[in-house]
Design a protein around this ligand. Structure first.
Ligand SMILES: [Zn+2]
Length: 165
């Protein structure tokens, strides 16, 4: 018998001038040339954070903040890919495989078209699934609200887990 679990993840970070932040702008583990970057305890990778929450949510294993608390120094300025790798390991230990990943990134700038393929391939590698099972979509917020004014970036991720148990 096969079991399926769906999971939803969401994350948002504030964008500031990179001169203040002194940290690169990263999405899905890929560094993207941009004059702003995210304020965060980690590297502020909203796509990876939303992916972690989607995976943990699908397996009913709490959330990213529970596993990697802001309050613990070892997670400060951590490469978020490391967190995602740990989450994927945890999912596998629980007997789940990732069936597919569908993500939407919302930001006003920069245009992500040149980076979508790189992001997709990197997410596929982290998730240990073929790239055709990963979907990366990007859109703007039509100049509305904080995202539309370029003050923030957000990501939504849905995953499906599958198990033979
Ligand atoms: Zn985050």
């Amino acid at each position: 018998m096969k079991s399926f679990r769906v999971g939803l993840g969401y994350d948002l970070h504030q964008l500031v001038d990179q001169k203040i932040n002194q940290f690169p702008f990263k999405l899905g583990g890929i560094t993207i040339p941009f004059d702003k970057s995210c304020i965060a305890h980690s590297d502020g990778d909203v796509l990876i954070h939303a992916l972690c929450d989607a995976l943990l949510g699908a397996a009913a294993l709490e959330d990213i903040g529970t596993h990697f608390p802001d309050s613990e120094k070892k997670w400060h300025k951590v490469n978020s890919e490391e967190l995602a790798q740990k989450v994927v390991q945890l999912i596998h230990q629980e007997g789940w495989q990732i069936n597919n990943i569908d993500a939407t990134i919302i930001l006003e700038e920069p245009k992500l078209a040149p980076y979508k393929e790189l992001i997709k391939n990197n997410i596929a590698q982290i998730a240990q699934i073929p790239p055709h099972l990963v979907s990366i979509k990007a859109k703007t917020n039509e100049k509305m609200d904080s995202i539309g004014k370029g003050l923030a970036v957000a990501a939504h991720v849905v995953v499906l887990l599958i198990s033979n148990r």
